[in-house]
Design a protein around this ligand. Structure first.
Ligand code: HPA
Length: 246
């Protein structure tokens, strides 16, 4: 099995325009079907695999993503590191809309998701270490790529993962801020933990789509989310150009 890098694209990234697709594989796993075909190809001359987390077109909501099938399919394809791209809401002042953050911690507020491979037919009970939920070396690579691209990303932050698909109430965001969350998203878990269970290196590029509920006057609109994601994804494309080289 060869070492291969994958990009999991989230909201606003159902396909990578710079990816020259060489092969699409529709895999199934004993956990079910991944969200999309695996797209194998070259990004700026380097082999990568792309998976659309919400499907392409995007129809799978965060709480229905089959995270186990996605991770298992990538592992089966020989993937040894994953860059997870995720749209998030910004809670703390540095996390302004259209910014990119590379979080370093997670708090999991999700429930009822299939969140582990270590449940059935075990030879022994297994607990993964999750002190560093994002692989430090991969985070460093991402930060170095952003620097080369001249894009000012936020180094670190706590990603709070909510169940969705609804956005949060301001009271929930206030509680999350008290807990120490800087960012709020709906897909970071169990994805990161499943990657660790399969010993796949994993880091997250969190693109801030909006101020979290209650952090600006008025309601959150899909129009503002889309406009901020367009800007953030353009910056991400610049980072990826350097990232595949490293
Ligand atoms: N909350 C949760 N997930 C999100 C948000 C948000 O405000 N924005 C984009 N994804």
């Amino acid at each position: 099995m060869s070492a291969l890098t994958a990009i999991i694209g989230g909201t606003g990234l159902t396909s990578l325009s710079d990816l020259v697709i060489e092969k699409r594989e529709s895999l199934t796993t004993h956990y079910g079907d991944p969200s999309s075909d695996l797209m194998f190809g070259k990004l700026h001359g380097h082999d990568i695999v792309f998976l659309a987390r919400h499907g392409d077109p995007a129809r799978v909501p965060p709480h229905r993503v089959n995270y186990r099938a996605n991770l298992w399919a990538l592992k089966t394809a020989g993937v040894s590191s994953i860059l997870a791209v995720a749209a998030v809401g910004g809670i703390t002042p540095a996390m302004a809309p259209s910014k990119i953050a590379v979080p370093d911690q997670i708090i999991d507020y999700t429930h009822g998701r299939e969140h582990t491979f270590f449940a059935d037919n075990l030879r022994h009970v297994t607990h993964i270490d999750f002190t560093h939920p994002y692989t430090p070396l991969l985070r460093e690579k991402l930060l170095a790529s952003a620097k080369l691209a001249g894009i000012d990303v936020v180094n670190g932050g706590v990603y709070g993962c909510t169940q969705g698909p609804r956005l949060e109430t301001p009271a929930e965001i206030t509680r999350m801020e008290r807990d120490g969350c800087d960012l709020v998203g709906m897909t970071g878990m169990p994805e990161a933990a499943l990657a660790r269970e399969l010993e796949i290196a994993y880091a997250c590029c969190a693109v801030v789509a909006n101020w979290a509920a209650g952090k600006q006057a008025g309601e959150i609109t899909m129009e503002e989310i889309e406009a901020n994601l367009r800007q953030g994804m353009a910056d991400l494309a610049g980072i990826l150009r350097h990232w595949v080289e490293s």
